[in-house]
Design a protein around this ligand. Structure first.
Ligand code: B12
Ligand code: SF4
Length: 488
């Protein structure tokens, strides 16, 4: 079977292009199960549209039979549009990823969507293909209604009467060591950005890979959407992670590695063991960073010292708020401001670059609480600060709160970008105008300090990527209306 796996091109503001780990895992499983005719199409880095790829393949008499499309909430509208193109060209369309897991029925109502996979997709995809290729009605579109699909956990499909069926959920995989490694060789690796924003563009031959050492997180921050990885933390063994790390360093000649786990340091002992193993195996020659913020209350000085020796360059932390009440009672972050300060102090003492993530506009916030957040950012003074406006993703506590008590401003799913500069909702007295003002102000006050500006101006990246940096500056410092004309 000829299979095309697609991540839609992002219309969402996001200057970063990282390899899509989920597609890598799906492709890895396909290859390990004998499906060798697999192509990856990551819209973030491709020049051609999916429709053009499909047309070219058909013209060359090697049409794709199955097109699998991945979608977080913000990309679902693009995913439907690609499914329409694929369906119009005779392919079977399978959608999967975070948004499909949260709202499967919405997509099953679309005629262009044949099948929806909820949750982790490696096994489900293989099981689907086994049914499709052995179906008595194989080769025809109606193979997607084969009654045997009823046995596949986590699948939503239509039976022969056109009735949408949602099979029971698939339990989370606990044996992560047995999942075939992602098929990194299928990515156009030279097209992706550096993982450490501080070095963007400085290495034109960067080969930046990501790695997932565990899945899931037991914490319950109210804004966090974990439809795929869930609440149960499952770690790969250190030996299994090292096997992949060695492959990235030795076989794929990685110049950078990024850990993308929800919370890779939940088990502090294991995190330290992993660092020691990287050092012992001599794999600490390649710099690495943590992409998703580390959790501050599972760190200590020894961990950061080991990370530094293991080649780590930069750590990110989810700080979120400078107000203890908002942090504890509203966001339910289960960490204190003292723990935040200690983590930054220790990481800096170990010689690591730091990055902080901060959120504006949570329910119950006031000008004063947001001001505390900005002041905390200035006090912690990370190398990079990422200020975000609260976004209510379906299924989260925040979503439920906004539904119950607030006014939602986002009308389409692509409005949900957390790096957007617009408030997504209003609850109580907290107006969108105030949230947006405090968000812009945070960027201005953080990055427009004389010592920051001087540091920035001395960086090679500023001059090498001058047009992009100028666009970023416009975006942060001007109002939305002023920007609309200048950025298009
Ligand atoms: C690394 C990461 C990024 C990276 C790279 C994203 C990428 N292209 O993969 C960057 C920094 C670019 C990024 C950007 C954004 N991200 Co992000 N990101 C993550 C993170 C931390 C890890 C992703 C990962 O590697 N997962 C592990 C792999 C194995 O899982 P997976 O990709 O979901 O794939 C599995 C299943 O979903 C399924 N599957 C997926 N696709 C398909 C397709 C088919 C056909 C099938 C059968 C199955 C299937 O099978 C896969 C294997 O099991 C996740 C959190 C998380 N733990 O998932 C957030 C997460 C996915 N991101 C999120 C968000 C909000 C964003 C942004 C919208 C932020 C913004 N700018 O506003 C953007 C979206 C831009 C985009 N183009 O996607 C949310 C999504 C929530 C939602 N409801 O959609 C998450 C869940 C974080 C969170 N907890 O809130 N992100
Ligand atoms: S934000 Fe981080 S710590 Fe909080 S629930 Fe999500 S993954 Fe866990």
């Amino acid at each position: 079977m000829r299979i095309l796996l697609v991540s839609p091109d992002s219309q969402v503001w996001n200057s970063r292009a990282h390899i899509h780990n989920g597609l890598g895992y799906l492709a890895g499983s396909l290859l390990a199960n004998g499906y060798t005719d697999v192509t990856l199409h990551d819209g973030a880095v491709e020049d051609e549209s999916v429709a053009a790829v499909l047309d070219r393949a058909r013209a060359e008499n090697r049409a794709y039979q199955v097109v699998g499309i991945s979608a977080p909430t913000v990309l679902i509208e693009r995913a439907w549009s690609i499914a329409r193109d694929a369906r119009a060209r005779g392919a079977i369309t399978i959608l999967g990823g975070p948004h499909l897991t949260l709202q499967p029925d919405e997509s099953m109502q679309k005629p262009e969507v044949d099948l929806v996979v909820r949750g982790e997709g490696e096994d489900a995809l293989i099981e689907i293909l086994r049914v499709l290729e052995t179906s008595a009605i194989s080769g025809q579109r109606s193979a997607v209604n084969d009654a045997r699909l009823a046995n596949i956990l986590g699948l939503s499909w239509r039976d022969a009467n056109g009735q949408v069926r949602h099979n029971p959920d698939r339990p989370l995989r606990s044996d992560l060591d047995n999942i075939p490694l992602p098929a990194y060789q299928l990515f156009k690796i030279e097209r992706y950005t550096n993982l450490n924003p501080l070095t963007d563009g400085l290495d034109p031959h960067a080969r930046a890979y990501t790695i997932v050492t565990s899945r899931g997180c037991p914490y319950k921050c109210i804004y966090c959407s974990k439809p795929i990885t869930g609440d149960t933390w499952r770690g790969r063994s250190v030996a299994n992670v090292i096997q992949e790390w060695r492959m990235l360093v030795k076989d794929f000649r990685a110049t950078e590695i990024g850990i993308t786990d929800d919370i890779w340091n939940l088990d502090l002992k294991r995190a330290k063991e992993l660092c020691r193993a990287i050092i012992d195996e001599g794999l600490n020659t390649v710099p690495w960073v943590t992409i998703h913020g580390m959790k501050v209350n599972h760190t200590d000085l020894e961990l950061f010292q080991l990370m530094k020796r293991a080649g780590c360059k930069r750590v990110g932390f989810g700080v979120e708020s400078g107000d203890e009440y908002i942090l504890k009672r509203v966001i339910k972050k289960s960490q204190t401001l003292d723990q935040v300060r200690a983590a930054f102090r220790n990481a800096k003492a170990a010689g690591l670059q730091t990055m902080g993530f901060f959120i504006y506009g949570m329910p119950g916030e006031t000008e004063a609480t947001m001001e505390k957040t900005t002041r905390l950012a200035l006090e912690l003074d990370p190398d990079l600060a990422n200020f975000m406006i609260a976004a209510p993703f379906p299924g989260t506590e925040l979503w439920k709160l906004v539904e119950k008590e607030g006014i939602l401003f986002s009308h389409t799913w692509d409005d949900y970008a957390i790096h957007s500069d617009r408030a997504h909702f209003q609850i109580g007295d907290l107006t969108a105008e105030l949230v947006e003002r405090k968000w812009h102000e945070a960027y201005r006050r953080f990055y427009f300090r004389p010592q920051r500006l001087a540091r920035r101006l001395l960086m090679r990246d500023t001059w090498q990527n001058a047009p992009q940096r100028a666009r970023d500056a416009m975006r942060f410092f001007l109002g939305a209306k002023a920007r609309a004309g200048s950025l298009t």
